[in-house]
Design a protein around this ligand. Structure first.
Ligand code: NG6
Ligand code: CA
Length: 512
């Protein structure tokens, strides 16, 4: 973290800082982190085929950002960047994690949750984790006992999580690092290398499936859906996909109720990662069929319901005024991500990427430019902002919000962007780095540069242009938001400038 850039709480304008009698106390902080919701998937970002009244309300009462970026175009690296303030591409092992991966954020690392815990907050994580558990080798976790290290070691007092994704084993909820509802007489075993003899698999027993894979996802069968990874035993703990949103939303609501400042004398921090709208998309019957778009649209409606439950809880407990709610997504959208769930057939006119090119997995804009809404009624004036914003700055911004010092070497890439996030300043971040597999992109001013590489240009399974090319790419984003005209050949000096800047960022974590 660039120490010079941290504004202690009391140097901020009074309304932000909480330094005058009338100004707010340190706010509670709630992050609602959607999975795979694209720039065009929400009504307040232009979607028509699905109604998202609760997100609309949040956006109306807060600031809706239109130039906000996740750190990467897939889940694990984006979450790594969000929580650590370090670009995921600085480390090799931050790619999409297996369900039996060791914890990607090492227990020695200092996260946003560590910082808020040290600042006196009650801290909790609920929902999708996908950052590995345990340490050392793959699949060395004690799935039947205490799974450690885990969220507690990196700052979360409370956790109720899915280890990886809905489509990966183990398909169980893990509360405070122990699998919920496990029967000791039916121990669970997980593997990503060997199947368990006698356990039916999607590829050998398709007749047992209620939803079929379109690619991959042909291993362990849970709830009539085959997954990535093998699993045996632990049946009493297996989740039912239709109930995941209810289960995790309920736990998020309970966390807020149990940790309201009135009860504990402390503010709280909740990091709520939804399973919606990742595959497999199996919303509760309340939402199934509620849109014309099939399960993908219904999952957006279910996501919106979860948001509504959080907002209602804050209202009911009188906490809305002084709670900073941030809503965003971990990466861009994908339509067919491995299951035959009618997402392609029923898409209609809906444009998950909005006007952008690419999608999840892509170096083009739709991979990482995501919805981003900030609401804090006590301090934030509603509106829309075009400021450049990166999720990498969560760390520096909450450090400034709380005045909590950042230890040496923590959050090397995170800046204090709090004034921009709260709409107090339009002093934009001067650049954005986006990561997509091994490809990096850099945005400065009007220009976006994409590094050349050997990666495929197109992934036919998911029908997404990945943005890779063997030659450098340069786009003028304000004039060409769809990145259709590569100007690298015409503007070699601009390419050089961006290339050099990217090299400087690669070499040093502390340049702005
Ligand atoms: C891919 C999976 C995809 C999804 C993704 C991770 C296959 C064929 N595809 O490998 O379904 O799970 O990984 O998504 O296995 S993320 O949002 O968690 O990054
Ligand atoms: Ca994701």
């Amino acid at each position: 973290m660039n120490q010079k850039l941290i504004l202690p709480l009391c140097f901020l304008p009074p309304l932000v800082a909480g330094c005058t009698e009338k100004s707010p106390e340190r706010p509670n902080v709630v992050i609602i982190y959607a999975d795979d919701i694209g720039f065009g998937d929400l009504q307040c970002y232009g979607a028509n085929a699905v109604k998202t009244p609760n997100v609309n309300r949040l956006a109306k009462e807060g600031i809706r950002f239109v130039n906000a970026y996740a750190c990467a175009s897939t889940c694990t690296p984006s979450r790594y960047g969000l929580l650590t303030g370090e670009y995921p591409w600085r480390r090799k092992d931050t790619g999409v994690a297996r369900g039996d991966a060791p914890m990607v954020i090492r227990k020695e690392q200092y996260t946003v949750a560590s910082l808020l815990r040290d600042a006196g907050y009650s801290t909790g994580v609920v929902g999708k984790w996908h950052l590995g558990l345990g340490e050392g080798d793959f699949n060395s976790q004690d799935w039947n006992g205490l799974i450690t290290p885990g969220p507690k070691d990196i700052g979360f007092d409370y956790s109720y999580i899915m280890a990886a994704t809905g489509d990966r084993t183990p398909c169980v909820f893990i509360e405070n690092q122990q699998i919920v509802g496990l029967d000791p007489n039916d121990p669970i075993a997980v593997s990503y290398t060997d199947s368990f003899p006698g356990e039916p698999l999607g590829r050998s027993h398709p007749e047992l499936l209620k939803m079929h894979p379109s690619h991959g996802h042909d291993m362990a069968i849970v709830n009539g859906i085959s997954r990535i990874g093998y699993m045996k035993g632990g049946k009493s703990a297996w989740w039912t996909d239709e109930n995941i949103a209810d289960s995790i939303t309920g736990k998020a609501v309970r966390f807020i109720e149990n940790n309201s400042p009135e009860k504990t004398g402390k503010p709280f921090f909740l990091y709520f990662g939804t399973q919606d709208i990742h595959v497999p998309r199996v919303p509760h019957p309340r939402f199934a069929g509620s849109t014309t778009m099939g399960p993908r649209g219904d999952a957006i409606a279910e996501f919106d319901w979860s948001v509504g439950q959080i907002l209602e809880t804050l209202d009911r407990l009188g906490l809305a005024e002084n709670t900073l709610v941030i809503l965003s997504s971990d990466n861009g959208p994908v339509v067919d991500d491995g299951y035959k769930d009618q997402a392609v057939e029923k898409l209609g006119d809906h444009k998950p990427s909005g006007p952008l090119r690419g999608g999840k997995y892509s170096a083009f804009e739709a991979g990482t430019r995501v919805p981003f809404v900030v609401r804090w009624p006590a301090s934030v004036k509603p509106g829309t902002s075009k400021a450049l914003l990166s999720q990498i700055d969560l760390f520096g911004s909450v450090a400034a919000l709380t005045g909590q010092p950042i230890p040496e070497n923590a959050a090397p890439d995170s800046f204090n962007s709090l004034p921009v996030w709260l709409g107090k300043s339009s002093d934009n971040r001067s650049y954005i780095v986006e990561g997509s597999g091994g490809t990096l992109s850099l945005i400065i001013g009007d220009w976006k540069y994409i590094t050349p590489g050997k990666g495929a240009r197109y992934n036919p399974q998911v029908n997404i242009e990945l943005g890779n090319d063997s030659v450098p790419q340069l786009y003028n984003l304000p004039e060409d938001i769809r990145e259709s005209m590569n100007l690298a050949g015409q503007k070699p000096e601009t390419v050089d400038m961006l290339k050099q800047k990217l090299n400087t960022i690669r070499e040093s974590a502390k340049t702005r």
